[in-house]
Design a protein around this ligand. Structure first.
Ligand code: PBG
Ligand code: ZN
Length: 326
């Protein structure tokens, strides 16, 4: 007790603080989400996500040069197609010549040390913008979606993806994908499930980037409710049973309780997706002069690590050195 105990002794100067502080995550823990489009020479700005771009494959390779030099762990590839290529089921998502599949091959080849993750979903490929085909009542057809998602995952894995990451929140999607991969002899492909993914108001900037907002309705019929903690935990439990190699909580900053609970009950690696709205809100605050960006990025990321996150899906990754190097 005070006056004998004085905690300030332990943080009296930078040398002591550095000794007792946990380390911030190294670059190898970061996975950078990227958006790829068809064509060449494309580097489209995204209004709601300053510093992020829609890139054609050639430009992605260029953009990755400094990022790979920082020794980032990997990238997570999202694809987009023109309106004209969308249909009710999202067929273009499993086109072997699609932008994602081409990007996987190109990045594998140019940057063999980057771990290549792909997002497996249909919302950027369906005319209605939902994460799977609809049934007659306008609801997403769960089992038909699983069949499509399995095809998409196989096409990504066949192109050379290290890890496929289904984000549609369909029941049984992990099992469907794992079985399809096994059937195709792709037994080395990792599967990272967006296992506890909430219906969140923090995806707005991403939906602008991906042009993937639902035309009608919302995603509450498939994404988890942030007001039902037990069900949110069951979502991850079931994905572990279905054969996921890595679990994920998404969004991240408002859900550190979930990360921490799952960390205590699973032995799988845990990812957290620091989503677009979480990215853009810090930038918006800094732009108004209300906060120091580097400070906010470091503090929020440290929180995720403390909560139990192993790998970080983070739009800060392409500026790793600036934010995280001392
Ligand atoms: C779609 C998907 C979304 C994100 C990743 N995959 C948006 C959504 O569910 O509407 C969000 C990523 C972000 O906000 O950064 N399956
Ligand atoms: Zn989706």
């Amino acid at each position: 007790m005070y006056p004998q105990v004085r905690l300030r002794r332990l943080r009296r100067n930078p040398a002591l603080r550095r000794m007792f502080d946990m380390a911030l995550p190294g670059p190898e823990k970061f996975v950078w989400p990227v958006f790829v489009v068809e064509g060449e020479g494309q580097r489209q700005t995204i209004d709601a996500m300053p510093g992020q771009y829609r890139l054609s494959v050639d430009m992605l390779l260029k953009e990755l040069e400094p990022v790979a030099k920082m020794d980032i762990g990997g990238i997570l590839i999202f694809g987009l197609v023109d309106e004209s290529q969308k249909d009710d089921c999202g067929t273009a998502a499993h086109d072997d010549k699609g932008a994602v599949q081409e990007a996987v091959r190109a990045v594998r080849n140019a940057y063999p040390d980057l771990v290549v993750f792909t997002d497996v979903c249909l919302c950027a490929y369906t005319t209605h913008g939902h994460c799977g085909p609809l049934n007659d009542s306008g609801d997403v057809n769960n089992d038909a979606s699983n069949e499509m998602l399995a095809k998409v995952a196989v096409s990504h894995a066949a192109a050379g993806a290290d890890c496929v990451a289904p984000s549609a929140m369909m029941d049984g999607q992990v099992l469907a994908i794992r079985e399809a991969l096994t059937r195709e002899g792709l037994d080395q492909t990792l599967l990272m499930s967006y296992s506890t993914k909430f219906a969140s108001a923090m995806y707005g900037p991403f939906r602008e980037a991906e042009q993937s907002a639902p035309q009608k309705g919302d995603r509450q019929g498939y994404q988890a409710s942030y007001r039902d903690l037990r069900q949110a935990i069951r979502e991850s439990e079931l994905d572990e049973e279905e054969g996921a190699d890595i679990l994920m909580v998404k969004p991240s900053l408002f859900y550190m309780d979930i990360i921490s609970l799952l960390r205590d009950q699973t032995h799988l690696p845990m990812a957290a997706y620091n989503v677009s709205g979480e990215y853009s809100m810090l930038i918006a605050s800094a732009d108004r002069g209300w906060g120091d960006l580097r400070g906010m990025v470091r503090e929020s990321t440290a929180g995720l690590v403390r909560a139990g996150t192993d790998i970080l899906l983070s739009y800060w990754a392409n500026r790793y050195d600036e934010f995280f190097k001392d």
